[in-house]
Design a protein around this ligand. Structure first.
Ligand SMILES: [Zn+2]
Length: 370
């Protein structure tokens, strides 16, 4: 152990930081929603902008950097003296400070961060910072929790934020989902314009839900924006409530616009006499193993999921799974769809419970169709 501390990055070297690992929409990515905007700003893009040659000369920059380094050396020395001979844990990337983007890894918009290895990697860096910041004499903190997030047990919803620094919003966020949709203001909500068509898809059991990844070409438009359908997935029981009422299941249709903003259309599923044809299409192509992407034998028409009553409630919320990223536009259709007991049983066999507990609406504006 030595007291030598690693160099901190200067503003210029920060520009060399790796960008957030924005998952692609390709078949290889386990999550179906990429986060180009969220992942690129404010870390990557903003840092790159700052690094562009400006009015200062190379000599000025060099002198400034030298001065900054000298100051940092002094700071490090003082810190080292204060800490005694405590050195931070070894880093695989000396001199590189990891910038954690809350949306990184951004799994499914709400369902699918199925990459435990990446979680573990991300969890290491803050341990270094925590160690360096520890006061003299303070006992070592217990190691950060490890392992994939879940809906129960010690890695359940109450612990999500402790599993990965990127999951912080799961605990600290103030605009989280799901919520009980009650109260709110009744207004003439603009009808959502759906442009859905029969489309190819694949089905994946990602370890947290069953997800159907839909081929491009399906959009919904609202508020002057057009969002393209990426994937749909299921929760049991329904995560959202309406005026306190719960439902057997819900189906989340995750959409993304050209700037990377997310809009989720939530459909409520309730046991009834009629089978739901689109749900059945997904069930027919369930993969036999987790993680396998099963191509569907026939196309699926998302339009066949839309209830007759197009009334809905809308509010701003978050992903309901880690990393719990916010700024997600939610639209919850108020008329439930009928699914049969047999259809419910299929999902219950795989996922008896995969719903995040209700979050506080915390004074958010909820608008509802009258
Ligand atoms: Zn969901």
């Amino acid at each position: 152990m030595t007291a030598k501390l690693r160099p901190l990055p200067s503003p210029r070297s920060r520009a060399l930081l790796p960008r957030g690992l924005a998952p692609s929409l390709g078949a290889a990515a386990l999550c179906a929603v990429a986060w180009p905007t969220l992942a690129a700003t404010p870390t990557g893009e903003a840092a790159a902008a700052r690094a562009k040659p400006g009015a200062t000369t190379a000599a000025q920059q060099s002198a400034a950097a030298a001065g900054e380094l000298a100051n940092l050396d002094l700071l490090r020395q003082r810190l080292a003296e204060k800490l005694g001979a405590t050195a931070p844990a070894a880093s695989a990337h000396p001199g590189v400070m990891r910038v954690t983007n809350p949306a990184e890894g951004g799994a499914d918009a709400d369902a699918t961060r199925a990459s435990p290895s990446r979680s573990r990697t991300a969890a290491r860096a803050p341990a270094t910072l925590a160690l360096a910041a520890r006061a003299p004499g303070e006992a070592a903190r217990p190691p950060q929790r490890r392992g994939p997030w879940s809906y129960g047990g010690e890695n359940g919803p109450a612990s999500w934020a402790e599993l990965d620094p990127a999951f912080g919003l799961c605990a600290s966020g103030r605009r989280q989902s799901p919520i009980d949709i009650r109260g709110g203001v009744a207004v003439d909500l603009e009808p959502i314009r759906f442009d859905y068509r029969p489309s190819g898809f694949t089905v994946v059991d990602d370890g947290h839900t069953i997800q159907a990844r839909i081929a491009p070409g399906n959009t919904l438009s609202v508020g002057g924006r057009s969002f393209e359908l990426q994937q749909m997935h299921f929760h049991r029981p329904a995560e959202e409530r309406i005026d306190g009422r719960g439902f057997d299941m819900s189906l989340h249709l995750v959409h993304r616009d050209a700037e990377g903003r997310l809009a989720v259309l939530a459909l409520l599923l309730q046991r009834g006499d009629e089978a739901q044809a689109v749900v059945q299409r997904v069930w027919n192509d369930l993969p036999l193993e987790k993680g396998l992407e099963q191509p569907a034998s026939q196309p699926l028409d998302p339009a066949a999921l839309l209830p007759q009553d197009r009334g809905y409630a809308t509010y701003m919320g978050s992903l309901t799974t880690p990393p719990c990223s916010e700024d997600v536009l939610w639209m919850v259709m108020r008329q439930p769809l009928s699914v049969t007991q047999a259809q419910l049983d299929v999902f219950a066999h795989l996922y008896p419970m995969n719903a995040r507990p209700l979050q506080s609406a915390a004074g958010r504006l909820i608008k509802r169709s009258p």
